[in-house]
Design a protein around this ligand. Structure first.
Ligand code: ZN
Length: 347
């Protein structure tokens, strides 16, 4: 039996339909919202909270999401209070509708500080989240920026999915326990995909809301971006997975994409293997000095559209930096500032 067989899906192919809330544990409902991307959906969670509810994540901030929220407000949520809105991280599919929901319900929004501030920075084009900083960084990593369409070089794609963000929040920190409906949910912060992503674990239910850190089939994007050009997010990503190491084998995992599953530890092992294989392929490709752009075909077999190209570049640099910090490749910078990576010769 391969590792993959140990990831199981208790609800098989069944997924919640638009506007439907699907019970997955006592007082825990799974709902889905659409996304206008190749990855076409996000999973959100509704938790019973006394005589009301707590929502976990909010969906992309567009009318299609709000129309579906209205269905939930006349369905499961009808006539009862939304007490808290928990947002796992600052990406638009998670925080995008937080402003709309806070406005509608008056509930407080809970986030980690880094995610709250990153959301505002990405929305307001500051702290190096702006396109110009990102594009200049990718140019230093070999991307021919002149080939990119104007809309990818300028403007703000973040705001398309995040029209507003609340100006105040309640802070979550690693190890905090949120009391939701008389049950403790432990905050576990995780790194590499987002700067301080929050997962939530309820021991009483043995349920983990894993956000985007652990997904059952696809792997989370782990990238280096322009405002942190020397970062090693893959080390942070793989390292922080150990924070889930003590959870029971049969924990029910509620991921932000794809389906609810069991098999957390086999899945974490697969993630380590997946990145290990990519690192090996990349290292072989560094026999001659290559830029991250030139290394893309080693990691991505399919052709990439402009949107995917941005994520692919960040991901390729993340893997090259991991090898660099391991001492397996060294970085060469030419007189135009372009970075190449070459296998380190044994001394
Ligand atoms: Zn994300």
């Amino acid at each position: 039996m391969g590792l993959h067989d140990q990831v199981t899906f208790p609800h098989e192919e069944r997924i919640p339909q638009p506007g439907e809330a699907f019970s997955v544990a006592d007082g825990v409902w799974w709902i889905r919202m659409p996304l206008p991307f190749a990855l076409d959906h996000i999973n959100l969670w509704i938790l019973a909270d006394g005589d009301g509810f707590t929502l976990v994540d909010t969906g992309f901030g567009v009318p299609a999401t709000w129309d579906l929220w209205e269905k939930h407000f006349t369905g499961l949520l009808a006539g009862r209070e939304v007490k808290n809105i928990v947002v796992t991280h600052y990406h638009p599919d998670h925080v995008g509708s937080a402003g709309w929901l806070v406005e509608k319900t008056g509930a407080p929004m809970w986030m980690t500080s880094t995610e709250f501030l990153s959301a505002h920075a990405a929305h307001d084009d500051t702290a190096g989240f702006d396109r110009a900083t990102g594009v200049a960084f990718f140019a230093r990593n070999g991307l021919d920026v002149s080939q990119m369409p104007e809309r990818m070089r300028t403007g703000n794609g973040y705001k398309r999915g995040v029209p507003t963000i609340p100006l105040s929040y309640r802070r979550m920190m690693h190890g905090d326990r949120l009391s939701i409906g008389g049950r403790d949910w432990e905050v576990i912060t995780l790194f590499g995909h987002a700067p301080e992503q929050a997962a939530l674990y309820c021991a009483e239910l043995n349920v983990l809301i894993s956000a985007d850190q652990v997904l059952p089939r696809i792997t989370s994007n782990v990238g280096v971006w322009g405002n942190q050009p020397e970062a090693n997010p893959l080390a942070a990503f793989l390292g922080s997975l150990s924070r889930l190491g003590h959870l029971p084998d049969d924990t029910l995992v509620l991921p932000s994409h794809e389906r609810v599953f069991r098999g957390l530890h086999p899945r974490i092992a697969q993630l380590h293997e997946h990145h290990e294989r990519r690192l090996e392929r990349l290292l072989e490709g560094c026999a001659q000095p290559v830029t991250a752009y030139e290394a893309l075909p080693l990691l991505f077999k399919r052709t990439l559209d402009d949107h995917q190209m941005m994520f692919a570049m960040g991901e390729a640099i993340a893997h090259l930096h991991y090898l660099q910090y391991q001492g397996k490749v060294r970085r060469l910078t030419d007189d135009r500032g372009v970075r190449r990576f070459a296998a380190a010769r044994p001394a």
